[in-house]
Design a protein around this ligand. Sequence first.
Ligand code: CAO
Length: 424
Amino acid sequence: MKALEGVKVLDFTHVQSGPTCTQLLAWFGADVIKVERPGVGDATRKQLIDVPGADSLYFTMLNHNKRSIEINSKDPAGKEVLTKLIETCDVMVENFAPGALDRMGFSWENIQKINPRIILASVKGFGPGKYEDCKVYENVAQCAGGSASTTGFLDGPPLVTGAQIGDSGTGLHLALGIVTALFQREKSGRGQKVLAPMQDGVINLCRVKLRDQQRLEAGPLKEYSQFGEGIPFGEATPRAGNDSGGGQPGRILKCKGWEKDPNAYTYFIIQAAVWEKVCDVIGEPDWKTAEGYAKPNDRLDKLNKIFERIEEWTKTKTKFEVMDTCNPLDIPVGPILSMKEIAEDPGLRESGTIVEVDHPERGKYLTVGCPIKLSDSEVNVTRSPLLGEHTGEILSEVLGYSGDELKRLTESGAFGNVTKEAAE
Ligand code: CAO
């Protein structure tokens, strides 16, 4: 028994934001039916190709545990089948450009008429307002959501981050909206529309930077390095390099081997509660009681000096030795792990966070499993579907088409190359 067993999802998503959401629903047990354009499919199938002729990792890593049906949504036969799917499903998820679903004839009003219990969940770049009609990709959302202006170093340009907070982050927000709406439907009996704009999702994740924007009005942000460096603050939350975003100062520091290894670094936090232990570990026991060092607030204008001294110590240890020394003392540190180290980590394999999957076109590959672990709803990651792999099965088994009806549909050309066997 899986948490979302019995929930049917009409997955009209593409690229990254929508597919990450429906993949989560599939992992929690929903039957996710991915609708794709005949002969073409989700654009990511053929983007960033590493194995010629095979679906890309971009596609496979975002579409596990789903079924694929090819439907031309602009063809009358395609619309007929889509209407039946809307009647049958509990949730419809889409992340087309604004207006695309309406142009297909499936406005929210029409969808509600077809199935008043359905939940229509959409990702768009922006919410209602000036930019609501814009097409948006990941980095646009990072920039419009306040992430880029607050990421990077003070003397450099704004930076985008490697974490896909605009796409995968919004997918997570949308998934929460969907299960919440399903929960409400239990009581109300009605579906509803769920909207997760990418800009809003990024702003939500940048909440602490809006906090700092308002704190600026009360004076300089003393935990930012630039305070100790005597650099005046401007009008907006500045970029803070690797400073910690919270009340406990932290930095990325070099470790043994940093000259050759680009990831021989550790994150080091001087949490107030363990300050005395930090002083002992780095060989500065006098700082425990010294004027200007003993109290957390007095240290804020000396963070550069303090972290330089800590770095003298971390440079004598590997990032894992720093972890091994500091962890038993409750000093919060974290090694900067490369993707290679993450891929090879036995603990992550064991916990199901890094999973090996077999695929008929590309063989074995690694993927990220479900990052949310439910004790009563086990996740088994299965490969992504080939384009239209389940077209026949969905038309006949899910929607109940058979005989002449099925023949009429498959001959209409609106469903790709439905195999003869499946049609029969
Ligand atoms: N059959 C027939 N037509 C189909 C179809 C199908 N099965 N599936 C899609 N189409 C059509 C759409 O109807 C649309 O046609 P019209 O423009 O004539 O209405 C067309 O394909 C293109 O859809 P699109 O505009 O959504 O796709 P795009 O590649 O031009 O834009 C994107 C991609 C991501 C920029 C845009 O979809 C978007 O802004 N989405 C919302 C924000 C979002 O999710 N961004 C994240 C992207 S990365 O995760």
